[in-house]
Write a protein that binds this ligand. Structure first.
Ligand SMILES: [Zn+2]
Length: 335
């Protein structure tokens, strides 16, 4: 493409060719090929910037964000507009300056930590928490409107998550293996959120807390709390398909995960709730049981509770991968 314009080098009105070139740009140690365009003066050969073309560094940032799964500027702007949040309000909730947020919206590359904060805030359940925590920065009307909008969104996510869990778990019927309860996904979710509130729970421990809640619940009211099936695995009794359930809750950002490294090289996954449990799904007996279980095992490490569970008849009398009947709950100590 040719155009005729003033050349800043030879200062004449000259014919200039638009040239495209792939150029390598380095972003945080990674190299990206970005198409870069400029004009070349046919009289003096000078290279003149193409001011209409996007900034190649912005393009390189875009590729970097794509590669890392980072939030793109337009998505950030759309998110803020969706909730009618000002830059000042959002940056206040996120704990970084309004200028920083504005720079991100204009294409500056966010830090890793800021990207995590942005992604978190973009989840309705986390945004709801942030809004509640920062109530003071909103007018009453705006606060109420945000709560209503976010409650509605959380509710619909909650439903889709519940449906997904329901499909993946054994809901074949009421038997000694379901504790004569039908599968109740809302109770499973709230029980996990309850056990992972306070300082969180390591996965191995969480599996046992679920087991004790359901089995002691069965002992008390001759039916389990959640209707979950449990199986015998080397580390003790665990809810059937537990990895899927936790993964689903992580995906929906109902809980989050921290990796904990131990001196012996073992890496554990600690789950932490991102919201308060909704205890209204439990009846009084169930509340008593889950509080008892959380309190009783409060200071147990994963190893402690694993060893403890290995002494249960429910574990001793079943073999690897075998389903555990709730009838064993009569041998479990519950006081
Ligand atoms: Zn020239």
């Amino acid at each position: 493409m040719k155009s005729t314009r003033v050349c800043p080098y030879c200062e004449g009105l000259t014919s200039q060719d638009l040239i495209f070139k792939e150029e390598a740009y380095k972003v945080r140690g990674e190299t990206f090929e970005v198409s870069h365009s400029f004009y070349v003066c046919s009289t003096c050969g000078g290279e003149i910037d193409n001011l209409e073309a996007p900034d190649p560094l912005d393009e390189a940032y875009k590729l970097y964000r794509d590669k890392k799964g980072f939030v793109q500027p337009q998505k950030l702007i759309d998110f803020r507009n969706k909730y009618e949040l000002t830059q000042k309000e959002l940056s206040h909730m996120l704990g970084f300056g309004a200028v920083t947020l504005s720079r991100y919206e204009n294409g500056a590359l966010q830090s890793d930590a800021h990207n995590v904060a942005l992604e978190m805030a973009m989840q309705p359940s986390s945004l709801l928490m942030l809004v509640k925590k920062n109530k003071g920065i909103f007018s009453t009307e705006k606060f109420e409107a945000l709560l209503e909008q976010l409650d509605r969104e959380c509710e619909s996510i909650y439903c889709s998550s519940s449906n997904e869990i329901y499909r993946q778990l054994d809901h074949s019927g009421i038997s000694e293996f379901s504790g004569y309860s039908k599968l109740q996904v809302n109770k499973i979710i709230e029980l996990i959120v309850f056990m992972c509130s306070l300082s969180g729970a390591l996965k191995t421990k969480l599996n046992k807390l679920m087991f004790y809640s359901d089995f002691i619940g069965f002992k008390k009211q001759t039916r389990s709390i959640t209707g979950l099936h449990y199986v015998h695995l080397p580390y003790g009794p665990v809810p059937n398909n537990f990895d899927f359930v936790y993964a689903q809750l992580l995906k929906e950002n109902i809980i989050s995960k921290d990796e904990v490294c131990y001196p012996n090289g073992y890496v554990g996954e600690n789950f932490i709730s991102n919201r308060e449990p909704d205890l209204s799904v439990f009846n009084e007996d169930e509340l008593e049981v889950i509080n008892f279980v959380r309190e009783k095992f409060k200071d147990f490490t994963s190893t402690d509770i694993t060893e403890y569970s290995h002494k249960e008849k429910a574990y001793l009398e079943t073999s690897n991968k075998e389903a555990i009947s709730y009838n064993y709950s009569k041998y479990i100590e519950a006081q």
